[in-house]
Design a protein around this ligand. Sequence first.
Ligand code: PA5
Length: 447
Amino acid sequence: AKLTPQLTAARNDVLADAELWADGVTPPSNKVPLDAGFHYLPERLLAEYQTGGTESEVGRIIATANRFSAVVDRVVVLGIGGSYMGARALLESCCHPYFNELPRAIRDNRPRISFEGNNVDNDALQGLFDLLPSTMSKSDVDDRWGIVVISKSGGTLETASGFRILLRRLQKALGPNQEQLADLVVPVTGTSGKLFDLATALGCRELFPVPDGVGGRFSVLSAVGLLPAAIMGLDVVQLLEGAAAMNEHFRTAPVGKNVVLDYTGICHLMEKQLGCDVRLLSTWGKQLEAFGLWYDQLLAESLGKRERGALPLTIVNTRDLHSRGQQHQEGKRDKLITNIIVDQCKTAPVSIGTSKFNQDGLDELAEKTIPDVLAAATQGTNQAYREDNRPTADLHVPAINEFVMGQLFQMFMLATVVEGRLVGTNPYGQPGVEAYKKNMNAILRGN
Ligand code: PA5
């Protein structure tokens, strides 16, 4: 209750910042310090789709994804940081857990997705080469692959070098059919810059923008995340609608009933009053691990400034109860554990069942299902923390689908900028990331 006026004021400031970018047009330069263009991006894209249909950005994204899916069996998505983590989160949360291993028909004829340009790893790159056919037929989808290259600046060495290397392999694989290159490479980038120039020189048929005023780690609901999502066969309109619904909730619900403000308030109070400056996002099951890693980046890069900012850490339970769990239960009292609990799994519950070999003693639990075991683990873990006065918060989602993922992305982005307002840290920009880049380039170029 004590924090209500500050949280409400922070919300008003965040809404005012967002208004500057509501129409997606760059505001006057004296008002630019805040990259708040992500906020109303879902509403803007949805409105444009409603009026412009196939001519709108969302319409073009869907059309390109469908065209791409029809002509290749693998897409390599190149990007790093904010240009990568959202797409990975969407693949892991909304697609089949063994998506790439499935026969094409069961993948709904969607291409397999591989990520590169997100690291500097020679062995991983060589490993990827083994998956990419070195020659391509003109039309047999099974041996054909393409590239989506995502870089807002166009100057990120990891992505740029990965792109150059894979482009060379694609050109070689195409052999005499070089004219197809323009269709098999789709860039997502800023409205100018090195990648924009390169895409123009290559004659890429489709090119999607990272809008002005939308920073990398806030860009998942632009073409940066939407294009890979559409290629995976996900419903991008539902993603945007989920995010817009979260915006509406954020705008209108009071403190105490507003999931963004309440989450921010709890994190802030736990840090200030109990010294909990480690924030564990505790996911239950594999599907939200990459979402957690997306959030790790968002929080760390946005608020890890001025020698402040909580340390984000994603855990996957029950897996990590058998490793980090010891420390969470008995280690330093510096952690707030937020559980994301998915109320309904996507598939039919599997029972433990009976067996004529009952040496494991599990017949007693024969009627229990895997979701029953998970619910007991979640409840039991929270109880154990509670009995030792270790703070937890629960965030329930009804199920995992595109709409809910849109809500979650938007919720955590909003919470991050609200907290920035609350503690006086500008959540946009990442000046600390520039230091290593400068040194790496100087070392490589010998100056
Ligand atoms: O949040 C950010 O802005 C960063 O994580 C960037 O997304 C990342 O550095 C990649 O930048 P770019 O898209 O310009 O290649």
